[in-house]
Design a protein around this ligand. Structure first.
Ligand SMILES: C[S@@+](CC[C@H](N)C(=O)[O-])C[C@H]1O[C@@H](n2cnc3c(N)ncnc32)[C@H](O)[C@@H]1O
Length: 230
């Protein structure tokens, strides 16, 4: 079911409620209630995706057609693995010839047809390890990396923006001509310097907010398409 905003299941009437006297902190109770009633969470469980985030990539890719069979993809900040699952399906990656490499410093369960690196992307050797594991330069670099929240909004914002900038530098240094870069950023957060740099290297640069990204979240994605080359 889709509501007016085109979000699946948002029109559901039956809601799971958690009693106020559940012993949970009010903020945790509200988070859990929202999570349990989130149509994307319910759909990800039913469809076998590891995260509701998978639908953000599905919606962006349905619209912008970034992932094609046979392409090589690097996924930065991959855990728990929803984006890797989507990328592996859409590139038709196989265990014999994996076309998707994901990296995260968190432990991840194996994903069919995906090579996973457990390491910090900010480590010096990460870029070379990624390209080596992929067996060639990528056609698409994805980054859903987000810094762990400290509770201090400005600090969290700056840390995630830094990850976005390092991811952009990486994409510019490894992408094949014609390739694409998609990365998490924040509303009002993308530095003019980064946008200018991306516009020099890509034929099209824009911000996208897929329906699966919550309206109340300042999250946004930076989409740079058609890499001109180094
Ligand atoms: C929003 S989650 C990604 C969700 C993922 N796209 C999915 O569909 O399952 C962000 C991830 O970025 C990872 N991350 C943040 N900083 C990182 C870094 N420096 N190196 C590797 N992973 C990082 C976090 O550990 C976290 O798992």
């Amino acid at each position: 079911m889709k509501d007016k905003a085109g979000k699946p299941g948002a029109g559901r009437v039956l809601r799971t409620r958690i009693k106020k006297k559940s012993g949970l902190k009010e903020s945790s109770r509200r988070w859990l209630e929202r999570h349990m009633n989130d149509p994307y969470v319910q759909r990800s469980k039913a469809e076998g995706f590891r995260s509701r985030a998978a639908y953000k990539l599905i919606e962006i890719d349905d619209r912008h057609k970034l992932l094609k069979p046979g392409q090589r993809v690097i996924d930065l900040g991959a855990a728990p693995g929803g984006w890797c699952q989507v990328a592996a399906t859409r590139t038709r990656s196989t265990d014999e010839r994996p076309l998707v490499v994901g990296i995260d410093y968190l432990e991840m369960d194996p994903i069919p047809a995906v090579v996973l690196l457990k390491m910090d992307f900010l480590e010096d050797e990460a870029p070379a390890r990624l390209v080596e594991a992929l067996g060639g330069d990528p056609d698409v670099v994805l980054s859903d990396m987000a810094a762990p929240t400290t509770g201090h909004r400005r600090t969290d914002h700056l840390r995630t923006m830094h990850l976005c900038e390092v991811a952009a530098d990486f994409a510019i240094s490894v992408l094949k001509p014609g390739g694409h870069f998609l990365a998490k950023t924040f509303q009002g957060g993308t530095e003019t310097e980064l946008l200018t740099r991306l516009k020099q290297h890509f034929r099209s640069v824009s911000h996208v907010k897929p329906p699966a990204s919550r309206d109340e979240s300042v999250e946004l994605y930076l989409l740079a398409r058609d890499f001109k080359g180094r």
